[in-house]
Design a protein around this ligand. Structure first.
Ligand SMILES: Cc1cc2nc3c(=O)[nH]c(=O)nc-3n(C[C@H](O)[C@H](O)[C@H](O)COP(=O)(O)OP(=O)(O)OC[C@H]3O[C@@H](n4cnc5c(N)ncnc54)[C@H](O)[C@@H]3O)c2cc1C
Length: 443
């Protein structure tokens, strides 16, 4: 097991040192095996046991639960599906883009319920989410998004003009915004560990420190999942490995890992906090292609993320750190809030997000029998979504038909990325185009 604390400040803030669950070193049987202990896997396990308590469910995690994106993200519980509303509409159609947005609204509300009803201690604050335009190009985008949401009849999104923004923040940087009150911010690692407790209390058996080496279909029916010293035989298999799915030949081409980065300031003094405004504490994103996302933590540090992404060879999962991006993000804090000139930064980290070829999430099947389910492609918008996706996967496995299992991205075909070098070229070209657009139009 690597030192999980180095992977993000959130993981460092976990109240107790983690004593990982025993690894899988024996031969076991289960009804369902889940590979991956992020939100997707943990939520799937929890919901399976809720729907069918007698089911034998085992979850196998290579490190500790929450080690992946779930323990490192920005902690925005938000409604964005895929990369942008425009791309989702272009790829599918207006009706599906609206359905996706409504799915995400429900996902945000559902995560709120899961956290509050189960008293998950994850510093959750229902602060809302603010998309801001900070340049003429971005203002057009914010207007466009707002028009789409008005047309869809979404009542609880507010348009914030420059005057309103000036009441809320002491910065000249913001020109136009829309504000969505239902969204929230949280400590992502505490959420992951809270979901682990919830799943275990429900009866899911979790093995940590157990990298799965391979899985295979058994002769008759079912699957065998192998770690170095153990194996589980089960009827159903759930692949909840997100960006790490590149490690399995069966999933390798269905998505591509991209890395996003975050820097964290020291806690603001009460004077600094007064000076910048931000009393609403909303999670904020700007409207560039390579967005900046930023928020306050419980102890009033600023976590600033995004600005660029790191892309490597498909199976290169060692791209957490990028000094150039960290420097850019630190500069951006004082671009937005010049009052904070001289502020110090204490932490920086990154993590992988999963990108499908068409930039849209997918819950899909491996094989015609529909007994192996995978979920991937939430990009940087998976905090609320994966919790609901886990619920949807549990409903699929237990044979239920719900508004979630009927969504257009459930059971859809995921396009394969081309061979490794071509994929790398495509991913770099897309990032290059985004960087150029940001320089020319959205800066
Ligand atoms: C820096 C960053 C910022 C982000 N910010 C936000 C945000 O603010 N809001 C938002 O909505 N989304 C955000 N996201 C995206 C969000 O974090 C993800 O969509 C979500 O956490 C995905 O959850 P998951 O369970 O599918 O995957 P993961 O959390 O990545 O879980 C996959 C798990 O599989 C395990 N695993 C891998 N290989 C194996 C193996 N061989 N055997 C066993 N286990 C294995 C890993 O250790 C990991 O724990 C961000 C992501 C990053 C990286």
């Amino acid at each position: 097991m690597s030192d999980y604390r180095e992977k993000s400040w959130w993981l460092e803030t976990l109240p107790e040192t983690i004593n990982p669950n025993p690894p899988l070193n024996t031969q076991e049987k289960a009804d369902v095996t889940i590979i991956g202990g992020g939100y997707t896997g943990l939520s799937t396990g929890y919901h399976l046991k809720q729907l069918q308590p007698e089911m034998d469910v085992r979850l196998i995690e290579s490190d500790i639960c929450g080690y992946g994106a779930s323990g490192r993200n920005g902690g925005f519980s938000m409604t964005l599906f895929g990369l942008t509303k425009g791309i989702t509409k272009f790829r599918f159609d207006d009706e599906k883009a609206k359905a996706a947005h409504l799915y995400m609204e429900n996902a945000v509300d559902y995560l709120h319920d899961v956290i509050t009803q189960n008293n998950i201690d994850c510093d959750y604050e229902r602060t809302g989410y603010l998309l801001v335009g900070t340049s003429p190009g971005q203002v057009k985008r914010v207007e466009h998004d707002f028009e789409i949401m008005e047309r869809w009849g979404l009542g609880d999104v507010e348009r914030w003009d420059r005057d309103r923004l000036a009441q809320e923040f002491n910065t000249d940087f913001y020109r136009l915004g829309w504000f969505e009150p239902r969204c929230g911010i949280l400590n992502p690692a505490k959420l992951a560990r809270g979901l682990k407790d919830l799943a275990e209390n429900q009866g899911v058996i979790i093995h940590e420190n157990s990298p799965v080496k391979r899985f295979a279909r058994k002769g008759g029916s079912g699957f065998v999942v192998k770690t170095e010293k153990g194996e589980v035989h089960s009827d159903y298999l759930v692949l909840a490995t997100n960006a790490y799915s590149v490690l399995f030949p069966e999933l390798k081409k269905l998505q591509y890992p991209a890395f996003t980065h975050i820097v964290l300031s020291e806690p603001l003094t009460s004077e600094q906090y007064e000076e910048i405004g931000w009393k609403n504490r909303a999670g904020i994103e700007d409207a560039r292609d390579l967005i900046h996302y930023y928020r306050l933590t419980k102890d009033n540090r600023i976590a600033m993320g995004g600005g660029d992404v790191s892309i490597g060879f498909r199976t290169d999962l060692d791209k957490d750190l990028n000094e150039k991006t960290f420097a850019h993000l630190k500069r951006h804090v004082t671009e937005v809030f010049p009052q904070l000139e001289g502020i110090r930064f204490t932490h920086q980290w990154g993590g992988p997000v999963s990108v499908t070829m068409d930039m849209a999430p997918v819950i899909g099947y491996l094989g015609k029998a529909r007994k192996a389910v995978f979920s991937m492609g939430c990009i940087g918008h998976g905090v609320s979504m994966t919790t609901t996706n886990g619920r949807a996967i549990a409903e699929l496995i237990t044979g239920r038909q719900t508004e979630r299992t009927e969504m257009f991205f459930v059971g859809r075909k995921a396009f394969s990325w081309p061979p490794d070098l071509v994929s790398l070229g495509i991913a770099q070209a897309v990032r290059g185009f985004m960087r150029m657009e940001d320089r020319l139009y959205y800066r």
